[in-house]
Design a protein around this ligand. Structure first.
Ligand code: KIV
Ligand code: ZN
Length: 510
């Protein structure tokens, strides 16, 4: 049996169905390009009969995608199959995907029909689609809840009519892995013409079994998997292709299977799809969640620093991510603190690890995550018996509608009181320009975030900023009931960190 698994991505069809607002033609093409770059074998571009916009979108994708096969969905209706063909005919390679429900509940209460009629209609429509292409996929919707004898009969009939991919969807995410693989086994052993078709699986995640079910199905002999990026899809979603692909790769010795995927495009594709679809990726989402390659507890961090393989079964680089992260929290140990200090350019003689670790734990208990600038600050605060070099003494901002804002600030720089004034687009811009003028630091703000925070019943404004200075990122946080003061505190926090790091490293401070 061939050990290549064909990957059919249905993000643009099953995934898009679940979005609150549908994607436009340009968005869909952008997604299709990223799927093509990732090496997806078949892109299910949409359900062309469903709307003129959907038709245009499938047409646009079939005109532009060159390397992946493009596929469109059709019900067992001639007009659906015609629309699928009309939108696909521009493509280098295309597939018509016909489906009908086959489970007793769907046949009786949704289609109000009977099995024998469903089978003759399916056969008729597969034959009809044959006039357009030899590449026909047939899906038995709700296959997971279809009695196995009925399923065998339908499958044999549609293969005879010309279908060469047979998809068995677990439409409602109901089956368990061993049940699902039994279905595939029974089809392979009981359908006499099954060698003329590839068995495909399409799993939904209602019980969290989507990835497990798909993997158990390929172990039983299915050779195509359908799913979506980030697991988008109806209700709890479809199986997440990034999980399937990485399971096949990571457990190659057991599965002895492979795909045509360019693994280093996985992370980017996931990000772009999340952005275009406006659906955030949960931090613990397997493979692509932001926590997946970060380590928090002291024991794990120590283990990873000694050998990444202690706690990482995949490398972030392989999926296109830069590197793993060590989150500094109160669960971190000395090893992680030393490691971060080393990364910032300090050697162990520059600070006292025992004192630093003590301060770090207290600080982390209060703050949660500790950033590099916090660590630098804690490391040198005691040693140099100094507090901040830059201290805000006074500020005054004038901001009137339709007129640029003006900020005047006084800052104590060491023992010199300096002041200046600037004009900006709004009060915060004016303030930041003035601070840059006073400190002569060429900093570039790359992130500014403001959040309400209630502490001791006080409604405070928390400002988090990230800046770039000499190609290094610095983070600053300011907390106050006045937005402007929080914003100033956050940036003063940063310039003190820059000053401190230069002083310890004996660099000249401009
Ligand atoms: O879940 C399902 O049954 C489907 C079919 C249309 C393939 O998405
Ligand atoms: Zn589905």
């Amino acid at each position: 049996m061939n050990n290549k698994i064909i990957i059919l991505d249905t993000t643009l069809r099953d995934g898009e169905q679940s979005l609150k607002s549908s994607l436009n033609v340009q968005n869909k093409l952008e997604i299709a390009f990223s799927l093509e770059r990732m090496g997806i074998d078949i892109i299910e571009a949409g359900f062309p009969i469903s709307s003129p916009g959907e038709f245009e979108s499938v047409k646009n994708i079939s005109k532009n995608i060159k390397n992946s096969k493009v596929c469109a969905l059709a019900r067992c209706l001639e007009k659906d199959i015609d629309a699928a063909y009309e939108s696909l005919k521009f493509s280098n390679y295309y597939r018509i995907h016909i489906f009908i429900a086959t489970s007793p509940i769907h046949i009786k209460t949704k289609l109000k029909s009977k099995l024998s009629d469903i089978i003759s209609l399916s056969v008729k429509m597969v034959k009809y689609a044959k006039k357009y292409t030899d590449d026909i996929e047939f899906s038995c919707e709700d296959g997971g809840r279809t009695p196995i004898n009925d399923l065998c009969y339908i499958v044999e009939s549609v293969i005879k009519a010309g279908a060469n991919t047979i998809n068995i969807p677990d439409t409602v995410g109901y089956t368990l892995p061993n049940e699902y693989s039994n279905i595939i086994n029974k089809l392979l052993n009981n359908v006499i013409n099954i060698d003329k078709a590839i068995i495909s699986v399409h799993t939904h995640n209602d019980l969290g079994m989507a990835t497990g079910n798909a993997i158990s199905a390929i172990q039983a002999g299915a050779r195509q998997i359908e799913g979506t990026i980030n697991g988008l899809g109806e209700r709890a979603g479809n199986c997440a292709l990034e999980e399937i692909i990485m399971a096949i790769h990571t457990r190659k010795k057991i599965l002895n299977l492979s795909t045509n995927i360019n693994h280093n495009e996985i992370y980017y594709t996931s990000k772009i799809i999340s952005k275009i679809c406006n659906i955030n990726i949960p931090i613990n989402k397997p493979i692509v969640g932001s926590n997946v390659f970060s380590h928090s507890s002291g024991i794990h961090q120590d283990g990873v620093l000694k050998n990444k393989k202690n706690y990482e079964i995949m490398t972030p680089k392989f999926i296109g991510l830069n590197k793993s992260k060590l989150n500094l929290t109160s669960r971190s140990g000395r090893a992680a603190v030393n490691y971060r200090m080393k990364k910032m350019g300090y050697n162990k003689n520059d600070y006292n690890i025992n004192k630093l670790y003590c301060l770090f734990l207290k600080f982390a208990d209060k703050k949660g995550q500790v950033f590099d600038y916090d660590l630098e600050h804690l490391a040198f605060l005691n040693k140099n018996k100094m507090s901040n070099y830059f201290i805000l003494k006074y500020f005054n901002v004038i901001s009137i509608s339709k007129i640029k804002s003006t900020a005047f600030i006084k800052i104590l720089c060491g023992n010199k009181l300096k002041s200046d004034i600037s004009i900006g687009y709004g009060p915060i811009d004016a303030l930041y320009k003035t601070i840059k003028k006073i400190t002569l630091l060429n900093i570039k703000i790359i992130k500014y975030k403001i959040k309400n925070q209630i502490i001791n019943k006080k409604n405070l404004k928390k400002v988090n900023i990230v800046i770039n200075y000499n190609n290094k990122k610095f983070y600053g946080m300011g907390l106050n009931n006045n937005i402007l003061k929080s914003s100033i505190k956050a940036i003063i926090n940063i310039i003190n960190s820059i000053w401190l790091s230069k002083k310890v490293k004996k660099l000249k401070f401009k």
